[in-house]
Write a protein that binds this ligand. Structure first.
Ligand SMILES: Cc1cc2nc3c(=O)[nH]c(=O)nc-3n(C[C@H](O)[C@H](O)[C@H](O)COP(=O)(O)O)c2cc1C
Length: 477
């Protein structure tokens, strides 16, 4: 498939024509506003709190903590950049495991009595960096993302999964080597895990965070609950049962960490796992499946389509639980990365794009807008904008101006060019040489056991010893 590079779209007219050719609708403004009246500079009121503008930093881990779950210099540098970005909402920082067996890699951060000091320091560094750059941090809202990696846990060995599963998945079990007799987490195991989430939230409050994100995305355990349609018992089957995990955590947090806000990052739709097609230059294709596919939360049964009825009901449950903060994402980086983080160049364990990545960007924006339209009282953060590259600010402004999301979340772009939000808000021209071009090195590196970062554009990573190892890995591929 021939994909037109974003950098070749020079004018608003080029972008418009390209969208027409792709058959997508992508909101975008011809003129970008700056200064206090700009749509992206408007605050969001959240009860007594104020979020100072419409940019959010999305959570991004670096596979670079210590083996006992504490931050390293790499982590501290990343969180400092989050503070310097100018975004007034820091959605989660990065995935932090609530206990050892829930880590996605042996270098993932953990939140325990032993590590909480390190997390408090991360938060302080971020706040200080923000104050140094912008004068104050009163309108900065910072959360920490709490996770258990479920079937994608690799707590001890970077290359070996130690899955904790809720049900036997006919495709994912086979794809990731889960045996038929692998035990399921019992309801009692789940109750203990809920206690760990609540304990983690108490520690997060102690560390000074404003909110915890009870992660429900990307194929990790919280997300797996939502597709546990076959699981018998209290945590599977009906939507009520599939959201019991969340509701029990929320009740525990309210009782034991009063005053701490709660947010949820949700894969609002999912597809069947994709795989490279060797007959078609490794282009991604849906894994063959006969009949209706029931394991995609927010899917329409075809495996490659969306039905937001359940995600809409899920947001209603969040509202009933008194939760206002929602971050919308999609799919999973392990089995359908193109719907989650649209990229021109796939990660090493991925496949060539099955669609123009701009289609993936437009899909996430449209899904987010549909959810926001039905739940105007929620504060909805969107994701998946980095592929827009030079066009990110104009699309972000239009999305916010039209009320299609309250805040625009930025992920990979912040690794490459942390100050992009600040430059946009100040009306400075973009630093084009720092714009993320979605080479996916930030995903390929950890897939090969290396730390994550922006190897193409951040000199810190470009010049570190891992860069050479990454080049060797990529050459071998
Ligand atoms: C290196 C890397 C690490 C990530 N880590 C997390 C994470 O810890 N938690 C999470 O919810 N999403 C994580 N994501 C997904 C991003 O938050 C985001 O949804 C995705 O990159 C799409 O947004 P973007 O187009 O702005 O990059 C990660 C993405 C990347 C590239």
């Amino acid at each position: 498939m021939k994909i037109r590079r974003m950098a070749t779209l020079r004018t608003v007219d080029d972008l418009r024509k390209h969208c027409v050719a792709l058959g997508i609708e992508l909101p975008h403004d011809a003129e970008l506003a700056a200064g206090p009246g700009a749509p992206l500079a408007q605050p969001i009121e959240m009860g007594a709190r104020r979020i100072g503008n419409r940019f959010a930093v999305l959570p991004m881990e670096g596979w670079d903590g210590t083996t006992d779950g504490r931050p390293t210099e790499f982590v501290r540098r990343r969180w400092t950049h989050f503070g310097q970005s100018g975004a007034k909402l820091v959605w989660g920082g990065e995935a932090v495991a609530v206990r050892p067996d829930g880590r996605a890699n042996p270098n993932q951060l953990m939140i325990t009595a032993a590590t909480v000091g390190g997390l408090a320091e991360l938060r302080s560094l971020l706040v200080q960096a923000h104050v140094d750059a912008f004068g104050q941090a009163d309108d900065l809202l910072i959360g920490v993302q709490l996770t258990h990696s479920g079937r994608f846990a690799r707590p001890v060995d970077k290359q070996r999964l130690a899955p904790q599963i809720l049900y036997h998945h006919p495709l994912l079990d086979a794809k990731f080597g889960v045996d038929d007799d692998h035990p399921l987490m019992s309801d009692d195991d789940i109750s203990r895990l809920i206690e760990d989430f609540v304990g983690a939230a108490k520690l997060a409050r102690q560390a000074g965070f404003d909110f915890v994100d009870v992660k429900h995305c990307h194929g990790y355990l919280g997300h797996e609950f939502l597709s546990a349609v076959d699981r018998p018992g209290r945590y599977g089957g009906s939507l009520e049962n599939r959201t019991r995990f969340l509701r029990e955590i929320v009740a525990g947090v309210r009782a034991e960490a009063p005053g701490l806000d709660i947010g949820v990052r949700l894969s609002a739709f999912d597809y069947i796992p994709f795989q490279p097609d060797p007959e078609a230059e490794r282009q991604g294709a849906p894994t063959p499946w006969t009949g209706a596919y029931p394991y995609a939360f927010g899917g329409d049964g075809s495996g490659v389509g969306m039905d937001l009825a359940e995600p809409q009901a899920f947001l209603g449950i969040l509202r009933d639980q008194g939760i206002r903060l929602v971050c919308v994402t999609a799919g999973s980086p392990y089995y359908n990365p193109h719907i989650q983080r649209p990229a021109l160049f796939p990660p090493s364990d991925g496949y060539q794009p099955p669609e123009d990545p701009l289609v993936g960007v437009a899909r996430q924006i449209a899904a987010t807008a549909a959810l926001k339209a039905a739940h105007p009282d929620l504060i909805v953060v969107g994701s998946g904008y980095s592929y827009l590259q030079d066009w990110l600010p104009r699309v972000a402004q239009a999305v916010v101006r039209l009320g299609m999301a309250d805040s625009v979340g930025v992920g990979r772009m912040v690794l490459a060019y942390p100050e992009m939000p600040a430059d946009v808000l100040a009306g400075r021209p973009l630093q084009r040489k720092r714009i993320c071009r979605t080479f996916s090195d930030c995903t390929t590196a950890p897939r090969s056991g290396l730390i994550s970062g922006c190897y193409p554009f951040d000199p810190y990573y470009k010049e570190c010893p891992e860069a050479e190892r990454l080049a060797t890995v990529k050459a071998a591929l």
